[in-house]
Design a protein around this ligand. Structure first.
Ligand code: PEP
Ligand code: MN
Length: 280
């Protein structure tokens, strides 16, 4: 499917995990400069094998600092109590600011999903995003969205996110997770909920993040969530796939230029400010 629709993309960017005050201060500056929609200040990190599991509640002050600086922070939450904590503290930091919480690919338990949806639905300033499950199955993906909706969250406050499926067997492009763009588009159509694409966890390396983002641009995604770190080599998790902020600007510029070629009129692809920062 080739989309020619012109619409502003939702841009979520920032480190895989929040690590230090300096790292988040740098990220806040860059994210504000570009006026991305949401900054990842990610506090809880499910891991394939034991390792850095995020700053967890000790990192809340970094989310609060981002919110106070005027950028909307976002984090994965694993348990309902994480959602409660983040919502309470981050929303209290500003008068009208919002907060993004998301449920990750590994956290597919509908008792938890429904509870988090219930908690998120109590405040209109909360945006909830839900990633697809790890395994490749359309019925399960649909079911996840239904479980989430049954918790009461409004569609206007909900985003979905495609991050590929764990490879089993064939994976000719060597992606960390194999995308199924057609399935993502069917879920978007059926549910009527915006679908974000995560090229970082799909691609798995800097080169593949660029490549898979270009492929995704042939489909009607509503935005991108990209891992960006001020110093990726030092990152405590997913060091191979995180872009520098300079690389991230190049990625946006690349996507923008492709859109110019396709539609001849890409003015709504990015917000005016992002457009001015990267194109002029
Ligand atoms: C993440 O976005 O931080 C993450 C862990 O991704 P996923 O849930 O897609 O594995
Ligand atoms: Mn990551």
């Amino acid at each position: 499917m080739i989309s020619t629709k012109l619409r502003r993309k939702i841009i979520i960017a920032g480190p895989c995990g929040a690590e230090t005050k300096e790292q988040i201060e740098d990220s806040v500056r860059e994210a504000k400069n570009l006026q991305v929609d949401f900054l990842r200040v990610n506090l809880w990190k499910p891991r394939t094998k034991p390792g850095f599991e995020g700053l967890q509640k000790e990192g809340l002050e970094l989310m609060i600092a981002a919110a106070k600086a005027g950028i909307t922070p976002g984090t994965e939450v694993i348990m309902p109590q994480h959602a409660k904590l983040v919502i309470k503290h981050v929303l209290a930091a500003t008068k009208n600011g919002k907060v993004l919480i998301w449920i990750g690919a590994r956290n597919q338990n509908h008792f938890i999903q429904r509870e988090i949806s219930k908690i998120a639905s109590k405040n209109n300033r909360v945006i909830l995003m839900v990633k697809n499950q790890i395994w490749h199955n359309e019925k399960h993906w649909e079911g996840i969205v239904e479980h989430i909706m049954s918790g009461g969250i409004k569609k206007e406050n909900l985003l979905l996110c495609h991050r590929g499926f764990a490879p089993i067997g064939e994976n000719p492009n060597g992606y960390r997770n194999v995308p199924d763009f057609d399935m993502a588009m069917r879920i978007k159509e059926k549910t009527g909920i915006p679908m974000i694409f995560d090229p970082s966890h799909t691609g798995g390396s800097i080169e593949k993040v660029f490549k898979i983002s270009q492929e995704a641009d042939n489909f009607d995604f509503d935005g991108y969530m990209v891992e960006v770190h001020p110093n990726p080599k030092q990152a405590l998790s997913d060091a191979d796939q995180q872009l520098t902020w300079t690389q991230f600007k190049l990625l946006l510029k690349d996507l923008y230029n492709r859109r110019v070629e396709k539609t001849k009129s890409p003015d709504k692809f990015l917000s005016k400010i992002i457009y001015e920062k990267i194109v002029n």
